[in-house]
Design a protein around this ligand. Sequence first.
Ligand code: ZN
Length: 72
Amino acid sequence: MRRRWKCPICQKPVQPREPEFPFCSRRCRVIDLGRWASGGYVVSTPLTDPEAFGAGESRPDDAAEEKRKKRE
Ligand SMILES: [Zn+2]
């Protein structure tokens, strides 16, 4: 039984003995790492939800911003 592996980034066929397996190259590995890191943060702390963001830290800034806008 033979399994065909593909680079998850660029879909290029890749051999399990490649040093960067399952990626075809170091570049694709780095791309995947960055994608995973940024995607993980977006999913666990949605920017649209202020409650999950830590109200104590973001609220004072928001209030100051509001005052500035009203004055101008
Ligand atoms: Zn690739």
